[in-house]
Ligand binder design. Structure first.
Ligand code: CA
Length: 222
């Protein structure tokens, strides 16, 4: 249950299966979250824009647009809202595509409600940790300046948004400046024990980050 005086966090569920929506709504409301639900991709995008939820649970298979397209559309106006993708598929390629589209985490159907709630708790814990970072939390990498709080990277006057995990990976790398950081270190620290990404997930984020930070991604300097 939500602590009184604290604003309840709102979670937008975008899912076309009525039983799944009902189950998620009951479980999330029981945990004290406010719940909005949409059954189409277009509806999900519109509600995400209007209501600015604190988290989006997004099904991959929707009747109109797929979850990747919805995620990309949401990222255009809200780069920061955590997006947890639901899918019946478990192939690695789908997960990578979801992360490429801007998803923060991934749960494969069938999942237990306990597992889903643990992922959401972990997402909000990371959001809190990020917002607790000081305004001056900045990292300089060559000509790039990464603002950990604003989740931006600036180079030559050009500002790009970074995803939540990208910021956390950069924070870890900067704390260990000069020391090697293993994939396991990144998995433990950035994703934590509740999530289950693979080493390839970490590699994918590092490749994406290099694209944003390196003039020549094929010959990384950082
Ligand atoms: Ca579906």
């Amino acid at each position: 249950m939500a602590v009184s005086g604290e604003r309840a966090r709102t979670i937008l569920v975008v899912e076309d299966e009525p039983d799944m929506v009902m189950g998620l709504r009951d479980a999330l409301e029981f945990e004290g979250y406010g719940v909005l639900a949409e059954t189409t991709g277009e509806g999900g995008i519109a509600t995400a824009r209007k209501a600015r939820p604190d988290c989006i649970i997004l099904d991959l298979m929707l009747p109109d647009r797929n979850g990747y397209q919805v995620c990309e559309a949401v990222r255009e106006f809200d780069p920061r809202v955590p997006v947890l993708m639901l899918t019946a598929r478990s192939q690695e390629a789908d997960k990578l595509r979801g992360f490429e589209a801007g998803a923060d985490d991934y749960v494969t159907k069938p999942f237990s409600i306990a597992e889903l709630l643990a992922r959401i708790t972990a997402i909000f814990r990371r959001v809190e940790a990020a917002s607790a970072a000081g305004d001056g939390a900045k990292i300089t990498l060559g000509e790039h300046v990464v603002d950990l709080k604003a989740q931006t990277v600036t180079a030559g006057g050009k500002v790009s948004m970074l995803g939540f995990y990208e910021v956390e990976i950069l924070r870890l790398l900067s704390e260990r400046a000069g020391e090697p950081v293993s994939r396991d270190d990144i998995l433990d620290r950035v994703w934590g024990m509740e999530a289950s990404p693979t080493n390839r997930t970490v590699d994918n984020f590092v490749v994406k980050l290099r694209r944003k930070l390196e003039k020549n991604p094929a010959k990384p300097r950082h």
